[in-house]
Design a protein. Sequence first.
Length: 131
Amino acid sequence: NRHGTLLLGILLFLGVFCILAILSGGIMRLFGFTYDHVGSIILLMLGGAILSYPCEILTQVICKLLVKSKSLPINGVLILYVILDTLGTMIGLGLVDLMMDSVKTNQLSRLVIGLVFALLGYKDMRQELTM
């Protein structure tokens, strides 16, 4: 039953995404993020993920090119990855914030959650760059 398995996979993904979005909103709230309702947090994170995705791809390409060209040592590239990935997330969330009246982010809350997301991806990027 492929359709049932696909539906279950989609529901599981959405459930995990919603939990991560709510946890992220909780972290951001410590740094000044406000929202009207939980759905606003989920929508902010979904929009932020979509809008920051091109920045994420560009960051990965830049890092891979720097490693391939040996322009920077691997540790320098990884530091650049964290900075660029953090900025990409901040931009995505900032753009969504401008479009939503039900949430209010500030630079500090976007910086903190952007840094958290970048550090969560650090290990994967390190493995990808050292292969």
